[in-house]
Ligand binder design. Structure first.
Ligand code: FES
Length: 109
């Protein structure tokens, strides 16, 4: 059953950078942008690299460090509006960050 799970505290996340976590067997990257937390898949759909958390962040987008594909952290979409990263529900209660991560179907670009 998919439910919100506590992942970390807000203070463990740095502004404008990512951090990798596992929720059960799902690999996610959390980003904090202007105090707001976003959860996306850590696996780039281009070549399935597990490095989204190391991507450069700009204008609420993360840029994959391998070949530079850009994903909107709010929607997961590629910059051109194509499907990209899975996104997950985030809830912050006091200082604790909860994420509801569920395995999604493969998205074909
Ligand atoms: S692996 Fe991410 S852009 Fe190529």
């Amino acid at each position: 059953m998919n439910e919100l799970k506590k992942i970390c505290t807000v203070n463990e996340l740095k502004e404008n950078s990512g951090k990798k976590f596992f929720v059960d067997d799902i690999e996610i990257a959390l980003f904090k942008i202007n105090g707001e937390i976003f959860a996306v898949s850590n696996i780039c759909p281009h070549q399935k690299t597990h490095l989204i958390y190391e991507g450069f962040v700009e204008n609420c987008k993360v840029i994959c460090p391998v070949h530079g594909w850009e994903f909107d952290l709010r929607t997961g979409e590629l910059a051109k509006g194509r499907k990209g990263l899975d996104i997950y529900e985030v809830k912050v209660i006091d200082v604790d960050v909860y994420v509801k991560a569920e395995q999604k179907e493969l998205k074909w670009l």
